[in-house]
Design a protein around this ligand. Structure first.
Ligand code: ATP
Ligand code: MG
Length: 231
C-alpha cells in the first residue's frame, strides 16, 4: 500500500549480485531521497546504475539489505502496486501489438481518451497523432517499428504522465534526437520533476544539472554523494 504523491526512497545496506557466488554489483549501498527530490545517478558503463533501477521495481531481490518507499518495504508491496507507483523510462520503450490507446493507458480503464489526447498535445505529439489512420484505435506493431526514436521516447513519457507515479526513473534518455524532439523531451522532464521524486541516470554530469543530489556509482558503492556544488 504505497501512499499517493511523491515517494521517499531509502536503500538500507543493499547488496546484490546476479550470481549467487559472484562479485556483488552493488555492495552495502545506502541512499536516501526525500519526497519530490531529484537524484542524479552517474557512473561508468557496467557500474550498476540500471541494476539499481531494476531492483527498485523488484525485477530481482537483493541478497542483503532493503529498499523502502515512503517507509514501506517494497517486499511488502504487491507487484502491481509497486509498478503503478514507480515508473521507469529507458531507451527502449516496449510497444506491444495493440492500439495506441492500450499502449498508452496500459489497460487502466480509469484513463479516458480525453486525458490521452491532452497528454499527447502537451508533449508535442499532435502532428504524429493527426497522421494516424484510426486515431487512438490505430494498431501499432509489436516493437513499435513504425515509430521514430523521438516519437517512441515521447510516447514513453506519455505513459508516465497518464499513470502518474510518485517516483520516476529516467534511465539515460536517448541521445541523437533532433533538436525539436530534444526540446520536447526536456520540457516533459521538467514537468515530470515538478510533482514527483525522480532518479535520473546519466553518463555526464551536464545531463543531471537540475538534480538536488548527485551520486556516483563505482565498484558497487557510492564514491561521491553531495550537492553538485561540491563536485
Ligand atoms: P550502462 O551505463 O552501460 O547502462 P549500468 O551502470 O547501467 O551500465 P548495469 O546494467 O547495471 O550497468 O550492469 C552492472 C553489471 O551487472 C555489469 O557488469 C553487467 O554486465 C552486469 N549485469 C547486468 N545485467 C545482468 C544480468 N541480467 N545478468 C548478469 N549480469 C548482469
Ligand atoms: Mg544502464
Amino acid at each position: 500500500p504505497l501512499p499517493a504523491g511523491p515517494l521517499s526512497v531509502q536503500f538500507n545496506g543493499l547488496t546484490f549480485s546476479y550470481e549467487a557466488d559472484g562479485e556483488p554489483t552493488l555492495r552495502h549501498l545506502d541512499l536516501s531521497l526525500k519526497p519530490g527530490q531529484t537524484l542524479g545517478l552517474l557512473g561508468r558503463t557496467g557500474s550498476g546504475k540500471s541494476t539499481l533501477a531494476r531492483l527498485l521495481l523488484r525485477f530481482y531481490d537483493p541478497q542483503e539489505g532493503s529498499i523502502e518507499l515512503s517507509g514501506v518495504d517494497i517486499r511488502d508491496c504487491k507487484l502491481h502496486e509497486l509498478r503503478s507507483g514507480v515508473a521507469m523510462v529507458t531507451q527502449n520503450i516496449e510497444i506491444m501489438e495493440g492500439t495506441v490507446r492500450d499502449n498508452l493507458s496500459l489497460f487502466d480503464e480509469e484513463i479516458n481518451d480525453a486525458e490521452i489526447l491532452s497528454v499527447l498535445k502537451e508533449l508535442g505529439l499532435e502532428e504524429w497523432f493527426a497522421s494516424l489512420p484510426d486515431g487512438l484505435d490505430t494498431v501499432l506493431a509489436s516493437g513499435g517499428g513504425s515509430l521514430s526514436a523521438g516519437e517512441a521516447q515521447l510516447l514513453a513519457f506519455a505513459r508516465v504522465f497518464l499513470s502518474d507515479p510518485g517516483l520516476v526513473i529516467l534511465d539515460e534518455a536517448s541521445s541523437r534526437l533532433d533538436p525539436l524532439t530534444e526540446n520536447r523531451i526536456e520540457a516533459a522532464i521538467s514537468r515530470l520533476l515538478e510533482e514527483r521524486t525522480c532518479i535520473m541516470i546519466a553518463h555526464r554530469l551536464s545531463t543531471v544539472q537540475r538534480a538536488d543530489q548527485i551520486l556516483i556509482l563505482e565498484n558497487g558503492q557510492i564514491v561521491e554523494n553531495g550537492p553538485r556544488a561540491e563536485l
